[in-house]
Design a protein around this ligand. Structure first.
Ligand SMILES: [Zn+2]
Length: 324
């Protein structure tokens, strides 16, 4: 999952490796001042970052120690020094891995704690070299608190990023009919693109629509007055939480919120029953479940009024939730 903290951790893993490589060089070309400076500054950068990330104190201390010893030429190039170097390297990597895991455990929907749901494998029949590959391409986590799934790891090389498919006109008019059955008045906030089919359908259904794109919605001070709020595409990043909060805020009492999200269980059913692979499609960062959707709505003071699992090839869960 691409968070700033995770990116920082990946950078640090790489820095650790290059620092060790640099020190190995330094050992073979004794007395090279430039190599020495590089090693010291690399170690100090690591130390600084480890502090910011609140890493284990022993690791921070060891990193500082390595920097001081190299800076002051307090070491001899012997076996003992090498051992200490590799020991430092492995503890640092282990600590970074722990920090990464802690980061992955945080659910992007509710900030609860997730656990690995399953490691999925892709068996690709023959790449260019004619070799068969067996490699986990995606790992999903299931949140213990809200019950939804989220993507923890993905091998980016295998997936063809496709443009998001537009909803069909028939689906949009069916969605509007669902909304009409539960809406109490005709004022609507549409969060999404005015070029979308869903917007066009909402407009022709006669709603009095205010529309905002997602980033505007996040920054606007709008509060509770709409009978209907539609989120055209619920973002699957960590902002999901924020946009739902905002949408719930914009609802009048008794107003309804419509949103949908990808349904991993449906895709797994298809994989089991028909062998359809989902791996070649781009994955979302968050997948909803039936129970998870109800918990999610509850987080924002809403009650689920309608929950539909739709789609034959790629499943989605459509939700209409009401503000009490
Ligand atoms: Zn959660």
């Amino acid at each position: 999952m691409a968070t700033g903290r995770m990116n920082q951790l990946v950078v640090m893993v790489n820095l650790c490796s290059s620092v060790v490589e640099g020190i190995e060089h330094l050992i073979t070309s004794q007395g090279n001042d430039r190599l020495k400076e590089d090693a010291v500054s690399g170690l100090l950068t690591l130390e600084e970052n480890l502090k910011v990330l609140q890493a284990d104190k022993t690791v921070i201390h060891e990193t500082r120690w390595m920097a001081e010893v190299i800076k002051n030429w307090l070491f001899v190039y012997d076996r003992e020094f090498r051992d200490r170097l590799y020991r430092w390297y492995f503890t640092a990597l282990k600590e970074l891995r722990n920090l990464m895991f802690a980061e992955i455990e945080i659910c992007p929907v509710c900030s609860g704690k997730g656990a690995v749901h399953y490691g999925a494998s892709l068996y690709m029949e023959g790449d260019e070299a004619g070799k068969e590959l067996l490699k986990p391409v995606r790992i999903f986590m299931k949140c213990g608190e809200c019950g939804n799934y989220y993507l923890a790891k993905e091998e980016p090389w295998i997936i063809k990023r496709k443009k998001r498919a537009e909803r069909s006109r028939a689906r949009c008019s069916r969605i509007l009919a669902d909304i009409k059955g539960l809406a109490s008045d005709g004022s609507m906030l549409f969060i999404g693109s005015q070029n979308s089919q869903l917007y066009k359908e909402a407009a022709s259904a006669g709603y009095e629509i205010s529309s905002l794109i997602e980033s505007e919605a996040m920054n606007s001070g709008k509060k509770g007055s709409y009978g209907v709020v539609i989120i055209e595409h619920l973002t699957d990043s960590r902002d999901m939480n924020a946009i739902l909060d905002k949408a719930a805020d914009c609802l009048a009492d008794g107003g309804i919120l419509w949103f949908d999200g990808p349904d991993l269980d449906k895709s797994m059913d298809l994989l089991e029953k028909k062998g359809s692979v989902l791996w070649r499609e781009a994955a979302s960062e968050v997948y909803l479940t039936r129970e998870g959707t109800k918990n999610l709505a509850k987080l924002f003071g809403l009650t689920v009024k309608s929950l539909k699992r739709v789609g034959t090839t790629r499943g989605r869960i459509e939700v209409i939730a009401k503000k009490a």
